[in-house]
Design a protein around this ligand. Structure first.
Ligand code: PMP
Length: 403
């Protein structure tokens, strides 16, 4: 039975928890950088599902591997080995120059894994009493929605009413390496940071920031944990955003695009020393590293390399950024980003949501973050022509607001 948009919105409103402020568009199909709604209207996807759709929707190689693997074996749990897991972990470690990997499902689980590893590492290696261990993170961060993670958030709406949170969580300003040096104590286990803040408003720290943080962490024997759930896997124009600064973190979290946009796959990667804190029984997840996830994840990694998606992101992103910067509108406060990870900040008098509604009417789907920052993070397979046209539409929408 075909279902109309109004009916879907009604059912979701009635039966779904109201934990999202979703735009009123009902999508039924996707291919590459395009999405179609129930009425058959086509849109250019400039959202990329928060970087989960970097490979483009319904990538034929990924869909092929998914369906083939689903017919063979989709789940074993980690009670037994599957033939798919080892090769996936090996490839992930090769591409990130890390020693060992622990597969999970969501980004938040990957971050939780990193926090658990850091606490146990501080206990075993530095002798920090577990009730005194500290984790440092940055104002404006986004690392997920579990209780420990929102305990690290600076955003009141993420936290209010959900506490109490685990102790030892500390916040410092983002982009300020001196603040990190000041915040570290003998009990600090780790510094958790996004190389570019995504949900915080596509915030690019000053050049040299991450490298300086890495130096400080090394000097003070603190783990540098990079959350590349959103910035990783080609999004910012390199395989990892930390590579822009020549940094190899002590722990790395990947997610989103690791599942090729088809299923949730995340991973914590680290050195042998850090990963060595986990023994049997210390951590796990029923679906973590399942054969379906491992097969798709391995293919997703290969597609990024073989299709040159990081290089494509660098080239198209530089073009997009320049084109947006050349839009001389009094309504734009700033355009910033790296690769196809771009934020267009409007003046505070405008509503980012209204702006996105008008973009939607013009065939472009994306969302605001931090109220007034319009995010542009399309699938990395997007055509240059679609970016050119999108810039024209964005200019039209800006002119509409100027009147
Ligand atoms: N870390 C970062 C940097 C993210 O952007 C996100 C999601 N937006 C997460 C972690 C959490 O990922 P998930 O929603 O899969 O739990």
């Amino acid at each position: 039975r075909p279902i109309g948009a109004a009916e879907v919105l009604g059912l979701t409103e009635r039966y779904g928890a109201h934990n999202y402020d979703t735009l009123p568009v009902v999508l039924t199909q996707g291919e590459g950088a395009y999405l179609w709604d129930v009425e058959g209207k086509r849109y250019v996807d400039m959202m990329g599902a928060y970087s989960a759709a970097s490979h483009g929707h319904a990538h034929p190689r990924l869909v092929g591997v998914l369906t083939e693997q689903a017919k063979r074996l989709s789940i074993t749990s980690r009670a037994f080995h599957s033939d798919r897991l080892g090769p996936f972990l090996e490839r992930a470690c090769e591409l990130t120059r890390q020693d060992m990997a622990l597969p999970m499902n969501t980004g938040a689980e990957g971050v939780e894994t990193a926090l658990k590893a850091a606490r146990k590492w501080a206990y075993q290696v530095k002798g920090v009493a577990p009730d005194r261990a500290e984790i440092i993170a940055c104002n404006g961060n986004f690392h997920g929605r579990t209780i420990a993670i929102v305990g690290l958030s600076s955003e009141p709406s993420y936290r209010e009413g959900f506490g109490p949170f685990p102790p030892g969580l500390k916040l410092i300003p983002y982009g300020d390496a001196a603040a990190l040096a000041d915040a570290i104590t003998e009990n600090t286990a780790a510094f958790l940071v996004e190389p570019i803040q995504g949900e915080g408003g596509i915030v690019v720290p000053p050049p040299g920031y991450l490298a300086e943080c890495a130096r400080i962490c090394r000097e003070r024997n603190v783990l540098l944990l990079c959350d590349e759930v959103q910035t990783g896997l080609g999004r910012t124009g390199k395989f990892l955003a930390s590579e822009h600064e020549g940094v190899k973190p002590d722990g790395l979290i990947l997610g989103k695009a690791l599942g090729g946009g088809l299923l949730p796959v995340s991973m914590f990667l680290a050195s042998c020393e850090v990963m060595g804190v986990f023994g049997p029984g210390h951590h796990g997840s029923t679906f973590g590293g399942n054969p379906l996830a491992a097969a798709v994840g391995l293919e997703a990694l290969d597609v990024i390399v073989e299709e040159g998606l990081a290089e494509r992101s660098a080239e198209l992103g530089a073009y997009f950024l320049e084109a947006l910067r050349s839009l001389k509108s009094p309504l734009i406060r700033e355009v910033r980003g790296k690769g196809l990870f771009i934020g267009l900040e409007l003046i505070p008098e405008l509503s980012g949501r209204d702006f996105c509604m008008r973009l939607m009417a013009n065939g472009i789907l994306t969302r605001e973050t931090h109220q007034t920052v319009i995010r542009f993070a399309p699938p990395l397979v997007i055509d240059r022509k679609d970016i050119e046209r999108a810039v024209e539409r964005i200019a039209d929408v800006l002119r509409g607001f100027e009147r």
